[in-house]
Write a protein that binds this ligand. Sequence first.
Ligand code: ATP
Ligand code: MG
Length: 276
Amino acid sequence: MITTTEDPPFVDFRDVWLAYNDELRAANQFAVEAIDLQVRRGEFIAIVGPSGCGKSTFMKLATGLRMPSMGRIRIDGQPVTGPLKISGMAFQAPSLLPWRSTVDNVLLPLEIVEPHRSQFKARRKEYEARARALLQKVGLGGYEDKYPWQLSGGMQQRASICRALIHEPKMLLLDEPFGALDAFTREELWCILRDLQAEQRFNVILVTHDLRESVFLADTVYVMSKSPGRFIVRREIALPRPRDLELTYTKEFTDIVLELRGHIGALRKTGGEITQ
Ligand SMILES: Nc1ncnc2c1ncn2[C@@H]1O[C@H](COP(=O)(O)OP(=O)(O)OP(=O)(O)O)[C@@H](O)[C@H]1O
Ligand SMILES: [Mg+2]
């Protein structure tokens, strides 16, 4: 596990606080507070914590959809000043457009985000080939021209991940992307995500309620305390890669899951005042 590196961190939060509006700010009510986080390039992090603790708020900050009330955020060496083009996002609900075929849904970001937008017409064939290759890779070969309502929930979620990756982002943000899926489909998608990330080396920030998911996929797991959200535990997952699903049945793996569960259990009792 690499913990120190010569490179500057890819994601760099320095004492970041966010209140959602001036009134809350005046009342010192922050949705997240004192967030300090340094993530190296290519690292996969997972964030776990109770509902309402500020996980999605953290994601909004990381992708520039919200500016911090205090502190500073740099991504890929640049201060964040607005919505980032170098990130892709996928959420719990797949949110595909029902009137577009699967491949056209995947192409959507290229029609919207510069520099692709102005080249879209001229490069449509190339872009479409890229979208079809990506769909093939996640096991959706043969479904490219079907509509979202002709796909299962798991298939729709795969298509959403392709859509988040089509513009080859440096950072993929996933907010409970597998929450609505059955256990088998979820594990299948873990492996797809694992393989895509191993191949393309983008950074991942994954928000999840599933501790097994966080330990299986991430290099580092952060536990967030109840509102106002703070990171209270940082746990490196030193399990070697590539990781197979069999790993999830080993003692080494379940010990880490139990340890994280212990932190979250302690949080529930104390309302967040635990230290490492
Ligand atoms: N747009 C908003 N305006 C005001 N307060 C908000 C807004 N969005 C979220 N909050 C508040 O910020 C806090 C953190 O919310 P957030 O959505 O980040 O939690 P979460 O950890 O993602 O929860 P969940 O696990 O349920 O998705 C909550 O108290 C919530 O009420
Ligand atoms: Mg959320």
